[in-house]
Write a protein that binds this ligand. Structure first.
Ligand SMILES: [Zn+2]
Length: 109
């Protein structure tokens, strides 16, 4: 079977480490192209990855929230699972940094 990405290399079976949101999830069965390194996880491995990510409560951390107003400033509520993942607590100082016109990064130190 030729690589579906470069159409040159063939795949070899390997255990490949997988990280999600910066956490090492484990090493899983995959096919890796000898030419370009394209990595395809086996379907059983994809299921195992999803199960492990869910077990660690890392699944679905992306959330939609609504901006409210408090006095002259705006208030963005951070859902509990996200706050727990980031170890955010009331009173803790964070750094707000715009990445561009659509994105705001909150750095928890
Ligand atoms: Zn390839």
């Amino acid at each position: 079977m030729k690589c579906t990405s470069c159409n040159m290399g063939t795949y070899e079976k390997k255990k490949v480490p997988y990280a999600f949101l910066g956490e090492h999830i484990g090493s899983f069965d995959a096919r890796v192209c000898r030419h370009c390194g394209e990595t395809l996880f086996e379907s059983a491995a994809s299921d195992a990855i999803e199960a492990e990510v869910k077990k660690r409560n890392l699944w679905g951390l992306r959330a939609r929230t609504t901006i409210s107003a408090v006095g002259n400033s705006l208030d963005v509520r951070i859902p509990k699972p996200l706050a727990e993942f980031l170890s955010m607590k009331k009173g803790k100082e964070v750094i707000l940094e715009p990445l561009d016109k659509n994105r705001l990064q909150i750095v928890v130190e």
